[in-house]
Design a protein. Structure first.
Length: 173
């Protein structure tokens, strides 16, 4: 549940005129209606997030907040991994180096972007190959190969209402 609380409260007494907005009205809980676009896939704990860049907290992007709150999936073995709609970060760090296949779900089912990244540094000899469900692509590519050590991409789902065929666009991590 999303709640909004003002940092300051009015100490002025109400006037008793019900046709006017009263000082105490500002202290009441607020009702928030509608849908939130690009909502975070994980519930946000009740805490204040301070800015980590040069500015205040409102300088943080949704992706940065997701990255702060989401626990990554770390791939340490196996030939392939199917990304779940709720996963936000998939980090590849295999105990024994070998190529890794990552399969993204249909973009219409994905709850926001997902980061796929090499964190061991061995993709020059054991690349990560990302493929897509249902014939979807990322920028027209049927697969994306991550072969530069310590690199990765954010895979962002295209909005299904604007792109009925679905698909993905890439942002360099």
């Amino acid at each position: 549940m999303l709640t909004i609380k003002h940092a300051k409260h009015s100490t002025e007494p109400d006037t008793g005129d019900a046709s006017l907005i009263q000082p105490d009205d500002w202290n009441d809980p607020h009702t928030v209606e509608g849908e939130v676009e690009n909502a975070m896939p994980a519930p946000m704990p009740a805490r204040t997030i301070k800015g980590t860049k040069s500015g205040p907290a409102d300088d943080l992007t949704a992706d940065e907040i997701n990255g702060i709150l989401a626990k990554p999936t770390v791939i340490t073995s196996g030939a392939s991994h199917n990304v779940a709609p709720s996963e936000v970060r998939v980090l590849v760090s295999k105990t024994v180096s070998s190529p890794t296949g990552i399969v993204l779900p249909d973009s219409a089912t994905k709850e926001g972007p997902v980061l796929i990244m090499d964190v061991k540094g061995d993709v020059a000899t054991s690349p990560i190959t990302v493929t897509f469900t249902g014939g979807q692509t990322a920028g027209g590519q049927t697969q994306v190969i991550i072969a530069n050590p310590f690199s990765g991409y954010w895979f962002n789902p295209l909005p299904p209402n604007e792109f009925p065929a679905g698909g993905w666009y890439l942002t360099v991590a």
